[in-house]
Design a protein around this ligand. Structure first.
Ligand code: NAD
Length: 311
């Protein structure tokens, strides 16, 4: 008991008197991946199958290409099998449906990922709903979302799951804290709002969800102990919107033209990092923060999907 009291006191002391700490996605995602790699090794040594993630990519959107390539590379890193199924930008919905059904029926495939966004002529919801929920490692299927809301075991969408892993790694106290989420998308804002409000650790937050129609956003943000910025507007969250010692999680990833870069663009988050960082207790950088955790979480879900086959 004495040790616990000392630990809590020490954490409070650190937060109060020490400067901001970076929530380093490189370190945490590597720790998660090492763990997955070890588990995969033990798993296959025990005669079980190699986890297999199948990714579907439609078209040749630069950002989507980069994300999928990184997911495939990370699969290799942890000893998973991966398949990339590519379709032309103009492919028909029927072709995609056939591909999903084939992957659903393929016993070797544990996880199916459809890289979003899909071209406008394809009904994204219809495609996601076709994925077998047992292989829904992105956690976007209504069955997965429903179970998550009820607190039942399921695949949690990768980005919110990655944020939870990050909070857990740094032992950030969330219980009783006011978390303000900026953004209400089905893949980030809404699920993280639900997860942080659950009676779990991390969790037990009092959550406010803000969106494009929120009035007094600045006043609400100033009340937050934890802010998750997931709106897709570069450097939207300014220092005068963040109270002292808040925890700031930046989900945003936007490519902004930058002639000084070889690629011609720079990656920007939703937080004005340079000015917000000095005032808060913890903050995620962009790049090097939530993005890396998203991939680690996806790998965790894929391993779980494979493991579930033996239960
Ligand atoms: P989205 O476009 O689906 O949703 C944006 C949300 O922001 C909406 O709910 C909208 O109401 C809200 N919003 C827009 N303008 C606002 C304003 N002025 N004030 C308050 N709220 C406002 O976005 P998304 O798919 O959730 O993605 C958000 C950002 O996160 C994007 O930059 C995206 O690239 C990034 N993202 C990153 C990862 C990752 O792995 N790091 C994963 C998914 C998305």
């Amino acid at each position: 008991m004495k040790q616990i009291i000392f630990y809590v006191f020490f954490q409070e002391f650190l937060v109060y008197f020490c400067p901001m700490q970076l929530l380093d996605g490189k370190i945490v995602s590597q720790a998660v991946k090492n763990d997955i790699k070890e588990k995969t090794c033990l798993f296959t040594r025990a005669g079980k199958k190699t986890p297999h993630l199948a990714a579907i990519l439609v078209g040749s959107n630069g950002a989507s290409e980069t994300y999928v390539a990184s997911k495939v590379k990370n699969c290799e890193e942890v000893g998973f099998k991966s398949s990339l199924i590519r379709f032309d930008e103009n492919c028909g919905e029927a072709e995609l449906i056939t591909a999903i059904e084939k992957l659903n029926n393929d016993d070797d495939v544990d996880g199916i990922l459809v890289q979003l966004p899909l071209p406008k002529h394809i009904d994204e919801e219809k495609i996601i709903n076709l994925i077998n929920p047992d292989k829904d490692v992105d956690g976007f299927h209504p069955m997965s979302i429903g179970k998550m809301v009820q607190g039942l075991p399921t695949f949690i969408p990768a980005t919110p799951y990655g944020i939870l892993l990050m909070l857990e790694h740094y032992k950030i106290e969330t219980s009783g804290k006011h978390a303000v989420i900026i953004g209400r998308s089905n893949i980030v804002g809404r699920p993280i709002s639900i997860l942080l409000s659950r009676n779990t650790t991390p969790g037990n937050c009092t959550v406010t969800v803000c969106h494009s129609r929120t009035n007094n956003l600045k006043d609400i943000c100033l009340q937050a102990d934890i802010i998750v910025a997931a709106l897709g507007i570069p450097e939207f969250l300014k220092a005068d919107m963040v109270k002292d010692k808040a925890v700031v999680i930046d989900v945003g990833i936007t490519r902004v033209a930058d002639a000084s870069k070889k690629s011609g663009f720079a990656i920007k988050g939703d937080v004005d990092f340079a000015n917000v960082a000095p005032t808060c207790s913890y903050i995620t950088p962009v790049p090097g923060g939530v993005g890396l955790m998203t991939i680690a979480a996806l790998l965790m879900n894929t391993f779980t999907a494979c493991e579930n086959k033996y239960k």
